[in-house]
Design a protein around this ligand. Structure first.
Ligand code: SF4
Ligand code: SF4
Length: 433
């Protein structure tokens, strides 16, 4: 047995000749004596200890075979998966007028038609449900709740087909939260709604400036009231967008939520992300997805600060886990409101990244999306590979105008991962006491 190459080793804050191992392949953390690690390196471990480390993929039969395995990881995951997910853009319209909205330049109040929604259902029934896959949709906009009749139309049809074929259908919402009140949540839950992501850009004073209604009125109180109304019905995630000037005031939002009885047991997770500049007439990612990371010193400080403040108050926030860009997964798609198909919502403003349509089907996007971009010796030997897989194609395109290389996260992960693991060890433990 050999030590995995997808491993980071950090000194333990306890000292005493101990180290922390983090398996980037499994997202597993283990603290152990340095002498034990050395024995593992030399292949001299007792059988029991070796078995435990192998169960966490910290010890592997062969480093060379492990490296080879990474090359077919996404193809194997797609074969094993029983689930197909699609992010469906129901409209490009909104009842808020956020100054930073990336969809603003190409919005034009467009809505998905009934015919396109029916075609989407036809494709999902024939190509997924009928072939043994469950279907999970994420309704997106604009604001998806401006299209409730479409949600009903799609969900009635897919629920019926799923139950006829012995499969499951459910959906989540990426919503600004202003229209998801109790009666809407009750109706949508009966149609398959499981989770909703609400956006709150910090405390009221910041949020109401960044995310006003089209009328100019603040939306903060309406969103918080809806949150209180629906957390017992659907799984709620909170996201928010900060700037360099205002991120230090975001913990005030968390304190306010606690005062209002929106406690950690009622919220699945909290994640704040930076606002990114608009890119002319091109699409730009919703970074509150947490997909992308940018290695600027203030952003590293901001994300570590906010993560600690979230955990200190007992809320959950994502852990570092193996993850790839949506581009890599054949069982995942983005459907634009005219029925065009993409691999990431951030690509919707770029025609050259369209991969087909509900009518035409999917063209080969291997080259246009540079699927093999991380299949080089530098990435395959990099301990961060399972957390990165070449980074974010969108960010690379934004930086250089084309997906001509990886968006390397090594500097970002060098600067943050050890602190993140320590935060999880120290602050998640506090929550359990
Ligand atoms: S290109 Fe990939 S990593 Fe980047 S925002 Fe889109 S899905 Fe996320
Ligand atoms: S892009 Fe950079 S961080 Fe990502 S796997 Fe390759 S070398 Fe590692």
């Amino acid at each position: 047995m050999e030590l995995s190459r997808y491993l980071k080793i950090y000194p333990s804050p306890r000292g005493e000749g101990r180290v922390i191992l983090f398996s980037t392949r499994r997202g597993a953390v283990l603290e152990l004596p340095e002498a034990l690690l050395e024995a593992a390196r030399q292949g001299n471990l007792a059988e029991d200890a070796a078995r435990q480390l192998a169960a966490l993929d910290i010890l592997v039969p062969s480093r060379e075979a492990e490296r080879e395995e990474m090359l077919s990881l996404f193809a194997n995951a797609a074969t094993r998966s029983r689930r197909f997910t699609a992010l469906v853009t129901l409209n490009l319209d909104c009842n808020l007028a956020c100054g930073y909205c990336y969809e603003d330049p190409f919005r034009q109040k467009r809505y998905m038609t009934d015919e396109t929604a029916d075609l989407l259902c036809d494709r999902l029934i024939d190509q997924q449900l009928d072939r043994g896959k469950d279907v999970v949709l994420e309704f997106y906009g604009g604001e998806p709740l401006l299209s409730i009749p479409l949600i009903r139309r799609i969900s009635h049809r897919l629920s019926e087909a799923a139950s006829h074929l012995g499969r499951n259908y459910s959906f989540n919402l990426v919503s600004n939260g202003t229209l998801l009140n109790r009666s809407v949540a009750e109706e949508l839950s009966s149609l398959g709604l499981r989770g909703a992501k609400f956006t709150l850009d910090g405390p009221r004073a910041i949020h109401d400036i960044q995310r006003p209604f089209v009328s100019g009125k603040g939306s903060f109180d309406c969103i918080v009231a809806n949150l209180k109304d629906v957390y017992s019905l659907v799984s709620v995630q909170i996201g928010g967008n900060f700037t360099r000037e205002n991120y230090r005031r975001f913990p005030l939002l968390l304190d306010y939520l606690l005062e209002q009885g929106i406690t950690p047991d009622k919220v699945a997770s909290v994640l704040f992300a930076p606002i990114t500049p608009k890119a002319g007439n091109e699409g730009i990612a919703d970074f509150s997805t947490g997909c992308a990371s940018i290695c600027e010193p203030w952003l590293i400080d901001a994300s570590l600060f906010l993560r600690a403040e979230i955990l200190k108050r007992g809320f959950n926030t994502p852990k570092p886990l193996p993850a790839g860009c949506m581009v890599e997964f054949t069982n995942s798609l983005v459907v634009a409101c005219d029925g065009s198909l993409f691999k990431c919502p951030a690509f919707m403003g770029w025609k050259e990244l369209r991969i087909g349509s509900l009518e035409e089907g999917i063209a080969d996007y291997h080259e246009s999306h540079r699927l093999d971009i991380w299949k080089n010796s530098e990435c395959l030997d990099c301990p961060y590979l399972p957390l990165c897989f070449g980074g974010c194609r969108f960010l690379r395109k934004l930086q250089t105008g084309t997906i001509d290389g990886v968006d390397c996260r090594r500097d970002y992960l060098d600067a943050t991962l050890e602190s993140i693991i320590r935060q999880d060890q120290e602050l998640r433990r506090v929550k359990l006491q």
